[in-house]
Design a protein around this ligand. Structure first.
Ligand code: 9WN
Length: 454
């Protein structure tokens, strides 16, 4: 394997504008650090979130490798015995009503006891996309000597393997070799139009049975509606009341998501790279990645539409909506060439080329449900742009990657590290001082384009 550069040998930004941007991004991560992990936002999201922590670690490694390791390990410390990595780890020092649903709602240590929820930490009972092994590998590469000295990979590799085992056994609900998600919060794109149809089957919990804390900080026009929230609460309640046991519960929402599974492929390849680095067999991981890649293409690729679709496991059919999730499999290294070509055409065509930004809208600009400000129904997010930039580089599309990278950095700085932007105007939306926007800015400022070719 190629020797990775030492942290100090890595290219550091030198242009004054880049230095200012770097300082701003570092400030966000310092302000949002709690001592063991980083909150996505001090106001809107005051706990630790799963895929946020992975993106944050990818940026933190440019400031402090130790802190990046800690970020991932504090999340993995709350892993359940069945292998699941919870989507939120609650900070006991934060007031119970600062975020909804709070620990009293999830009741993880009681309701999740049979599934192996930790007794000490309070967590949610659902999951988020598996970016963690990729993040851990990138953290290792930032300073391999320090990583070896601290036995970082030896500690995280078994936990990350157990996490993927959970997804590929308990969550292969469709029996086709992909992991299913069972709540709209799990794929991380909460109110995407991709879930609308499946959610129509769910009777919402009455609005007077819960209080949304997000509207204390977020604008109602940017956030999911009350109707969506009622359904999120109903689904989470049913899962909790079944002891979070995937063998017992009849999941009324169950879909296969392209982004979630593409991240699983790339993370499985990262586990293979870690195994090789530790002198362990890597074949199981590479075989799994190959099987997952095949299943992703067989089950979710839509040749006519030129992107990957979500599959609804209740109807057994693809969901007829175009989401950024369907473009993220560009990250997968061993995709058939014609699939890469079609994805590139879709990405650069009228459905996903926004008038005001090169960041990729979360939903088809020409789609019937497009809304430029409402969360995952149109706004362009920075984490998905980072994933697509990486995907473009994976397939040698360097020029497109460079243009996306430049716009990412400009928008991140101008927006005050916003959560997302309106793709029609480029205006900042959502919360500001948002951690993954800052972290991924640091990463794009410092990235070694040759890094991680599994
Ligand atoms: C629910 C923290 C999280 C992100 C998700 C994003 C949003 C939560 C919410 O914030 O979800 O998990 O309250 O809306 O959709 O991707 O991880 O930043």
């Amino acid at each position: 394997m190629r020797a990775a550069p030492n942290l100090l040998d890595r290219p550091a930004p030198t242009a004054p504008a880049d230095l200012t941007l770097r300082r701003g991004a570092a400030r966000v991560l310092i302000d949002n650090w709690t001592g063991a992990s980083t909150v996505p936002s001090r106001t809107l999201y005051p706990h630790q979130w799963s895929w946020d922590s992975a993106f944050i670690a990818i940026g933190l490694r440019h400031l402090s490798v130790r802190r990046a390791q800690r970020e991932l390990e504090s999340l993995l410390a709350a892993q359940w015995a069945d292998g699941r990595v919870p989507h939120i780890v609650f900070n006991p020092a934060v007031a119970a009503d600062a975020y909804f649903p709070s620990p009293d709602f999830w009741q993880s240590s009681r309701a999740g006891r049979a599934a192996g929820a930790p007794a000490a930490a309070q967590t949610s009972g659902i999951v988020q996309p598996p970016v963690h092994a990729l993040a851990a590998w990138l953290v290792h590469l930032a300073d391999p000597a320090e990583s070896r000295r601290r036995g970082f990979l030896a500690r995280v590799h078994p936990r990350l393997t157990a996490w993927h085992d959970y997804l590929l056994t308990r969550r292969d609900l469709g029996g086709g070799g992909l992991a299913a998600v069972v709540h709209p919060w799990e794929p991380g794109m909460d109110n995407s139009p991709c879930w609308d149809r499946a959610l129509q089957r769910i009777e919402p919990s009455p609005p007077d049975t819960f209080r949304r804390a997000d509207l204390d900080h977020g604008h109602p026009a940017d956030r999911p509606t009350d109707l969506d929230y009622g359904r999120y609460v109903r689904l989470a309640t049913e899962y909790r009341d079944a002891g979070y046991d995937d063998r017992v519960v009849r999941h009324r929402f169950a879909v296969e998501d392209p982004c979630f599974n593409a991240l699983l492929v790339v993370s499985e390849l990262a586990l293979a790279a870690m195994a090789r680095e530790m002198g362990l067999p890597a074949r199981g991981h590479t075989e799994r990645a190959a099987e997952l890649t095949r299943a992703l293409v067989d089950r979710l690729w839509d040749e006519e539409a030129g992107l990957f679709r979500v599959r609804d496991l209740h109807t057994g059919t693809p969901v007829d909506e175009g989401s950024v999730s369907g473009l993220i499999p560009l990250l997968v290294p061993h995709l058939p060439t014609d699939v890469v070509r079609r994805l590139h055409t879709t990405l650069t065509g009228p459905r996903f080329s926004a008038p005001a930004t090169r960041l990729v809208p979360s939903y088809d600009l020409t789609g019937h449900a497009f809304d430029p400000t409402r969360y995952w129904r149109g706004p362009a997010w920075f984490n998905t742009a980072w994933l697509i930039e990486r995907g473009l580089r994976t397939h040698g599309l360097q020029q497109d990657a460079a243009r996306l990278r430049a716009d990412f950095l400009a928008r991140a700085g101008h927006s005050g590290f916003a959560e997302y932007v309106d793709p029609s105007t480029g205006a900042a939306r959502g919360t500001r001082h948002f951690s993954w926007t800052a972290a991924l800015t640091l990463d794009l400022l410092s990235a070694d384009p040759k890094e991680f070719t599994p």
